[in-house]
Design a protein around this ligand. Structure first.
Ligand SMILES: Nc1ncnc2c1ncn2[C@@H]1O[C@H](COP(=O)(O)OP(=O)(O)OP(=O)(O)O)[C@@H](O)[C@H]1O
Length: 547
């Protein structure tokens, strides 16, 4: 990362330099205006054309500066977002944080935090930080102009006279402070309303995505009406909050326009007497009006950016919270103990528990020697899948220890994950799509009787939607044949298949992967013939036997 830091700092300096030049251009323009109005009042034709030429130069510089500034700032923004996304993606996958989050042990909506919050963090921090800087410089530059032109106000107070130097500058300060205070009173609640709107929009989007994801199940249940009602209700929540947005936007717009319009009149009123007393030229008069406006706008920066600042604060809070959960996961522990020198899996005094601390089944002592084929049986809900999770290092709740030897292992759940992409990528997963040759892929497709798909190895599809559950299970076995694990754990991985296909797949494993250690969770009695030992789980006492 550090080699990335210097170009990024260079880019930041460049954007700041452009911003300063832009402010400088505005001050030049202000002096140009003063000269121009004086030329007009003096009917000086030669100077008139000369000033127009100057304006062309100032305008051209402005166009180039604006374009260069925007381009550089955008480049910096994507670099920064890229860097932050890299960091967060790394932490998201480190120690399987994504899995723990999914099981409800993390902050809400991690996907929104990685995609949306990081984007807002990069763009808003840059825009607001740079905006603040150029505002301070604008304020300083134009304060000098206003101060220089505003003269001294003499107030007769009783017998003494009070002198107020730079009184128009002070008027701008007073006006901005009063305006900011009023705006905060009128529009302060907008921050909360806006936040609620974001949340409701996100809820609506999630519901729409779920309809797509579960389209078939919903269609089978004839659930259109229920889904439509749910979506309409969700949208009504958006609409209800939108009414509040409208009300507050109206108030803010009126207040904002009032503030701006009166802001144009205030300097006119204040400066008028000096102009008519011939203490300033027409050019001075015009320049002062403009400079007053710039000072006022700069001083009102916090109020104009109030909404963005509040949003950035909440984004920052969400990201800090997310980072804290990622850095100190509440349950990153596992029951696994790596035992690289061991040859067998040793389960000692394992007592699985649910997240609430209640016990799941009996204490288990169990040894899985190389080459053994275990069948795990037991009633539904007794904890068979949870035991496999513990063996995979995914279940943190409980006590005891599982000593796990080194060696390639593979876990097949009832429904295997099939990434969207080519069939070859599905077969090679989690390796990359070229991990196994086309010939090897075709051979295993034939072996699991999916030869009809052999011609579609490079076809891009959502295979999890296209293939039947049984075909998906056969594809998962083809994947096992390619990867040749040493330890294989199957969790009802053939439950969607007919007995013939199921037997075919088990036979394939035994013939093609000699020496394979197999642990299957299954309900069907017919599978007993492919196993050598059985572990019967029960609420009271687990039982181990030969088959
Ligand atoms: N994250 C969790 N939080 C709370 N309870 C859980 C969690 N995961 C599983 N359980 C509970 O643990 C128990 C065991 O679940 P498990 O999936 O291991 O059962 P199983 O024996 O594989 O059942 P089946 O034969 O129906 O697949 C169940 O009562 C389940 O509701």
């Amino acid at each position: 990362m550090s080699e990335d830091r210097w170009p990024a700092r260079g880019l930041l300096m460049l954007v700041i330099a452009f911003d300063l030049l832009i402010v400088y251009r505005y001050t030049r323009l202000s002096y140009w205006q003063k000269d121009f109005y004086d030329v007009l009042t003096n009917y000086d034709v030669d100077a008139f054309y000369q000033r127009l030429l100057e304006l062309a130069v100032i305008a051209t510089a402005g166009i180039m500066l604006d374009a260069a500034r925007t381009y550089t700032a955008q480049y910096l923004e994507i670099r920064w977002r890229n860097w932050m996304t890299d960091v967060f993606l790394g932490r998201w996958f480190y120690g399987r944080a994504y899995y723990r989050f999914e099981r409800g042990h993390g902050a809400d909506n991690p996907d929104q935090r990685i995609a949306e919050d990081l984007r807002l963090m990069a763009s808003n921090t840059l825009e607001l930080g740079l905006g603040l800087l150029s505002n301070i410089v604008t304020l300083a530059s134009f304060a000098v102009i206003v101060w220089g032109l505003s003269g001294t106000l003499s107030l007769a107070l009783g017998g003494t006279t009070l002198e107020v130097p730079g009184y128009i500058f002070w008027a701008a300060v007073l006006y901005a402070v009063a305006g900011s205070w009023a705006m905060e009173k009128i529009g302060g609640r907008m921050v909360t309303i806006d936040y609620t709107q974001q949340q409701r929009e996100a809820d609506f989007r999630v519901l729409l995505v779920r309809v797509r994801e579960y389209a078939e199940q919903i269609a089978f249940y004839r659930g259109e009406k229920a889904e439509e009602t749910r979506l309409r209700d969700s949208f009504q929540a958006i609409r209800a909050n939108w009414r509040e947005i409208m009300t507050y936007t109206k108030r803010i717009t009126i207040a904002d326009s009032f503030y701006t319009e009166v802001g144009a009149i205030v300097p006119t009123l204040l400066v008028g007497p000096r102009y008519f007393a011939h203490q300033m030229t027409f050019g001075d008069y015009m320049q002062l009006g403009q400079a007053f406006m710039r000072v006022r706008v700069s001083l009102s920066w916090f109020i104009y950016k109030y909404k963005e600042l509040a949003l950035l604060r909440s984004v920052y809070r969400r990201l800090v919270e997310f980072e804290r959960v990622l850095a100190h996961p509440s349950d990153a522990r596992t029951l696994l103990e790596p035992a690289p020198d061991a040859t067998a899996i040793e389960v000692r005094g394992l007592r699985l528990r649910l997240p609430d601390g209640s016990a799941l089944g009996d204490t288990l002592d169990w040894r899985i020697a190389p080459g053994e084929r275990w069948l795990i049986r037991g009633p539904s809900g007794v904890g068979k899948s949870t035991l496999l999770r513990a063996l995979a290092g995914l279940w943190p709740h409980g006590s005891g220890e599982i000593a796990m030897p080194a060696g390639r292992e593979m876990f097949l759940p009832q429904q295997s994950y099939l990434p969207v992409g080519s069939l070859r990528a599905c077969l090679c997963y989690p390796g990359d799509a070229q991990r196994f040759s086309v010939d090897e892929c075709i051979a295993v497709l034939h072996a699991v009787r999916l030869e009809a798909l052999a011609g579609e190895l490079d076809a891009y599809d959502n295979w999890a939607k296209r293939l039947s559950p049984g075909e998906q299970q056969r594809l998962a076995f083809a994947r096992v044949l390619l990867h040749k694990p040493v330890w294989l754990f199957l969790d009802e991985a053939t439950a969607s298949l007919d007995p013939r296909n199921e037997a075919l797949l088990y036979r394939l494993l035994i013939e093609r992967l000699p020496g394979l250690t197999l642990v299957s969770v299954a309900h069907r009695e017919s599978l007993a013939v492919f196993h050598t030992k059985v572990l019967e789980l029960a609420d009271e006492r687990a039982r181990i036997a030969d088959l």
